[in-house]
Design a binder for this molecule. Structure first.
Ligand code: HEC
Length: 110
């Protein structure tokens, strides 16, 4: 019985750590740099009348950006993402997430 309680506590503490890490990631990147990187690497296609549909931070909610960045391999442009470093993607995420539709400072990329 004691063993089982200990197992449950162990599992709960893992979940706690995981949650802390993923929440910290939201504010970790450099949003200013992310904006620059987004324009340089993503806007090339994601503009009006571009190769892909127009995308701005306000195109999605924070939760939607989070889901997108949790599994970008599903996207048709996953190959473009793969060219960027994790650090650059973290910065782009900080920009998109930080100015999402439901964020305190929604922004459109012009
Ligand atoms: C070579 C052109 C190209 C580049 C560069 C590119 N994409 Fe895409 N992307 C596409 C195409 C094509 C699609 C699928 C069609 C669409 O959604 O317009 C797509 C789809 C997406 C989607 C899914 C659409 C949605 O509404 O959820 C997201 C998000 C996305 N791209 C983000 C990015 C980000 C972030 C970058 C920069 C790291 C990037 N893309 C770079 C071509 C590109």
């Amino acid at each position: 019985m004691l063993k089982r309680i200990l197992m449950v506590l162990l599992v709960l503490s893992f979940i706690g750590v995981g949650l802390g890490v993923s929440l910290a990631a939201d504010g970790k990147g450099n949003s200013r740099k992310g904006k620059y990187l987004y324009r340089k690497n993503c806007r090339t296609c994601h503009v009006e009348n571009g190769k892909a549909k127009e995308l701005s931070p306000v195109s999605k909610t924070q939760a939607q950006w989070k889901t997108t960045f949790a599994d970008p391999k599903k996207l048709p442009c996953a190959g473009e993402w793969a060219k960027l470093s994790d650090k650059d993607l973290t910065d782009i995420y900080a920009y998109l997430w930080g100015h999402a539709k439901d964020s305190p400072s929604p922004a459109k990329c012009k």
